[in-house]
Design a protein around this ligand. Structure first.
Ligand code: 13P
Ligand code: SF4
Length: 332
């Protein structure tokens, strides 16, 4: 074993090539779930095979709520690091594993605790609302966490004269300011996937499909959102395509969600919004690091595991709990 290989095995507990080509991954994952009393949670942006084998598929909020309540011994989190970390914050006695420890998030990476602390020092009389797409350290510096499903409601619950810092997504922040009329100091972060869409190409696509509705995630830029017939979280977008009688949708978010849209409405057409480059896909490179093989291996070997120092966990949990309380109060 070379030193590099030894280091990787030590870090991740396995190497992908350890899987024999003869393994029936679907059957093995089901067997391991029972044997280990494990639950497999997957975000809508995961590969379709992972969505098919998952016990629960959801957006960031639904996954956090599910992770908090589960009585499984092991939570296998097929999503990105901040999501698995959130599951561990909410349910610390469970073992939380993630298929690929490198599944990060450009938005979370755009906000370092050191810089954020210095930024907040300039706004001592502001409440700090942070989008769940951030590290535990950023959560610990925040007053309330939100997701794209509950952000409007959370902002509306604040007293009208309350000053607000919103982090880390400038696009979501700008959209919420427009929607609620509440000015907010915005951290300058963004998601590489939701900033890739081309307004010009969307306009052209609409001309070619005059009956299609444009639906978009609020992490998209203002010029893209301005063409949207509906803006919502991944769950919100999915529900909209199910209830709206339109037959064609241009979808401005990560392509993983199209799998559930098509499954729920087989008679409708879903067109991924075109990106601003020659690549034909809007895949999140972090989400797509997870593969069915890695899901199987992380269940089998119970690594890589998410761990959080206790002092950090307590501070990061507080604003998350506030989010879940507000969500529960308003049935979100
Ligand atoms: P939601 O799951 O809240 O829609 O967020 C989308 C996203 O970018 C997750 O990383
Ligand atoms: Fe982060 Fe964007 Fe990927 Fe979501 S889609 S995990 S916000 S990089």
């Amino acid at each position: 074993m070379s030193t590099d290989t030894a280091t990787l095995v030590k870090k991740y507990g396995y190497l992908p090539e350890q899987v024999l080509p003869t393994v029936d991954l679907f059957a093995e994952i089901e067997r391991l779930k029972k044997e280990k009393n494990a639950v497999l949670l997957a975000h809508y942006y995961q590969d379709s095979d992972i969505q098919d084998v998952a016990d629960f598929i959801g957006d960031s909020l639904a996954l956090a709520q599910k992770a908090e309540k589960t009585d499984a011994d092991i939570i296998v989190f097929a999503g990105v690091h901040f999501m698995a970390e959130t599951a561990k914050l909410l349910n610390p006695t469970k073992k939380v594993v993630i298929p690929d420890l490198n599944a990060g998030c450009s938005l979370a990476d755009s906000c370092s605790p050191k810089d954020f602390k210095a930024f907040l020092a300039k706004y001592p009389d502001h409440i700090v609302i942070s989008y769940i797409n951030c590290s535990a350290e950023i959560k610990a510096l925040s007053d309330i966490i939100c997701t794209s499903s509950n952000v409007s409601k959370i902002i509306e619950t604040l007293p009208p004269d309350q000053k607000i810092v919103f982090a880390p997504d400038r696009n979501l922040g700008a959209y919420i300011t427009k929607k609620t009329g509440r000015p907010m100091v915005l951290w300058n972060g963004s998601c590489i996937v939701h900033e890739i869409f081309s307004e010009q190409k969307i306009v052209k696509l609409k001309e070619q499909h005059p009956n299609a509705l444009v639906i978009a995630h609020p992490e998209c830029e203002e010029q893209v959102l301005s063409h949207a017939d509906f803006i919502g979280s991944t769950t919100g977008l999915l529900k909209y395509t199910q209830t709206n009688p339109a037959k064609e949708f241009i979808v401005a978010t990560e392509t993983g969600i199209l799998y559930q849209m098509q499954k729920a409405s087989p008679d409708k057409t879903f067109i991924p919004a075109p990106p601003d480059n020659s690549c034909a896909c809007n895949d999140c490179p972090y989400m797509k690091l997870n593969t069915l093989e890695k899901v199987y291996l992380c269940m089998k070997n119970e690594v890589p595991e998410i761990t959080i120092p206790e002092h950090l966990r307590e501070d990061a949990l507080r604003p998350l709990k506030r989010m879940l309380e507000i969500s529960a109060k308003y049935g979100i």
